[in-house]
Design a protein around this ligand. Structure first.
Ligand code: UD1
Ligand code: CA
Length: 462
């Protein structure tokens, strides 16, 4: 199969989607549809792939940089799209080429491989993937002859009533003998209801020539599902979401109520972890065992160790070790590393920082560009002042420090291990180990001042 090549049809615009982006960039579980196809091709070991692109080609190329590409200037149908890849096909004469639709993301590696095995075994000119749908509206129907062999595909717009009743549909994925396909493309005509060059007519051409046409019936009809508009896209998202939830449930993850729980493919979650409503897990995210995640939490491209509790938090591109408790309302921004036993509480933001074991940052605090030691206690409302309006600087805090409430640590600054910062201090200079730093004006008390003022001004106005 490594010898085989593929063409991905992706020149569709976002018109029916009402999107400024090309259709194939519309996302299912946060991943552009064309990337689902590229994952499947990658899993099959098919490396030589040509995408047929239209408007917005640059954006699609960024999503699938490993594909070569050709441009289809006018959208004259799926057959016309494949014609644009003639040079690509010429360079693969003697071999086989898969053709896939960029807007049908659930075509999977097993289906594509099994269809290929059938195609080779039967020495077919073309093998198409078909599926049975309860509601086949909109799809091309598979017409079989009295022996049960595929004789043609008829599009919805061209079908008579009897054909419309057929529930076996064209999934839009095919294997072609390249030599046959190159010849058949020359024979396509746009004499149909939509005035387009249909790739599906190639099947009728093969059958008429007495060439072997195989239909591989997919075990799961989801492989055929495509999205032409936003409603279709929501249906795909819902199907993919449900499938992902079931994968995790089968692996021992607890989901009490799945409302608003969206887990992207590729996320891994350990046994006996509970996912609560409103939790979104995306990117390269790994969650350990025995965690409680959510409610209302977003974790992206991050690793979370065993036994963590994360309640109403946002975490991006960061690493959390074991038994960490964070939230509610904590924001962990990129490049942060929280070590075992750390506690982060209400309205705390951490960015680009390392916080060592068992340190507590419980309330209303900003820790940015900082290296914080073990067993440090932050009082409420501490700010590491990392930015002078021009450059950013680091704050270094040793082990066992106590940072009093409402302190500003003006970076670059170093707080030695075991030291105390008095509440309300603005620290600008290094604090040595085991010291107390007080950096605020000394309190002045004027006895009787308030009473004298009251007598002078009379009763307070309401
Ligand atoms: C197509 C098939 C239909 C099948 C269905 C499966 C044809 C004629 N019909 O119908 O039998 O059941 O897919 O999803 O092939 N594209 C181009 N250039 C074009 C036209 C389309 O690149 O000129 C691309 C689209 O971006 C899309 C794919 O080809 O990714 C399929 O095109 P679309 O218009 O969605 O075809 P369907 O009507 O869904
Ligand atoms: Ca389609």
């Amino acid at each position: 199969m490594e010898q085989a090549c593929a063409i991905v049809l992706a020149a569709g615009d976002g018109k029916r989607m009402r999107s400024a982006r090309p259709k194939v960039l519309c996302e299912v579980l946060f991943r552009p549809m064309i990337c689902w196809i590229s994952d499947t091709l990658g899993e099959c070991g098919i490396q030589d792939v040509c995408a047929v692109l239209g408007a917005g080609a640059d954006l699609v190329r960024q999503a699938v940089p490993q594909f070569s590409w050709v441009e289809q200037k006018e959208r004259l149908g799926t057959g016309h799209a494949v014609m644009q890849a003639r040079a690509f096909l010429e360079s693969h004469r003697g071999g086989d080429c898969a053709v896939l639709c960029g807007d049908a993301p659930f075509m999977d590696a097993d289906t594509l491989k099994n269809a290929y095995l059938l195609h080779k075994k039967e020495g077919a000119a073309v093998t198409l993937v078909s599926a049975w749908l309860d509601n086949p509206t909109g799809y091309g129907r598979i017409v079989r002859d009295e022996k049960g062999d595929v004789s043609s595909i008829v599009e919805q717009a061209d079908a008579d009533e009897e054909t419309l009743r057929i529930r076996e549909i064209n999934a839009g994925t095919y294997w072609f003998s390249v030599d046959f396909l190159l010849d058949a493309l020359n024979r396509l005509r746009a004499d149909n209801a939509q005035g387009e060059y249909y790739l599906t007519d190639v099947i009728g051409i093969a059958a008429a020539q007495g060439r072997r046409v195989c239909g591989y019936q997919a075990a799961d009809s989801r492989v055929a599902m495509g999205a032409n508009d936003r409603k279709g896209l929501l249906r795909l998202n819902e199907m993919a979401r449900q499938a992902e939830l079931e994968r995790h449930l089968d692996a021992g993850v607890e989901i009490v109520c799945a409302d608003g729980v969206v887990i992207a493919p590729g996320v891994s979650i350990g046994q006996d972890t509970t996912i609560l409503p409103g939790t979104i897990l995306k990117g390269k995210t790994i969650i350990g065992k025995n965690c409680v995640i959510g409610p209302d939490t977003v974790i992206e491209d991050s690793t979370v160790g065993d036994g963590c509790q994360i309640n109403a938090c946002q975490i991006e591109k960061s690493r959390l070790d074991e038994k960490i408790k964070i939230g509610p309302f904590t924001h962990v921004r990129p490049n942060s590393h929280l070590k075992a036993g750390v506690k982060i509480g209400n309205f705390v933001e951490v960015k680009n920082s390392v916080i060592d074991e068992n340190t507590a940052v419980a309330h209303l605090t900003y820790v940015g560009d900082s290296d914080v030691g073990k067993n440090v206690n932050f009082g409420c409302g501490t700010v590491t002042v990392n930015f002078d309006g021009h450059d950013k600087y680091r704050t270094v805090i040793g082990d066992d420090c106590f940072i009093g409430c409402n302190s500003n640590l003006i970076a670059p600054v170093e707080i030695g291990s075991g030291s105390y910062i008095a509440a309300g201090s603005t620290i600008t200079d290094r604090v040595p180990e085991d010291a107390l730093a007080v950096a605020r004006a000394r309190q002045v008390v004027k006895p009787g001042w308030a009473k004298a003022r009251r007598l002078r001004l009379g009763p307070r106005k309401k």
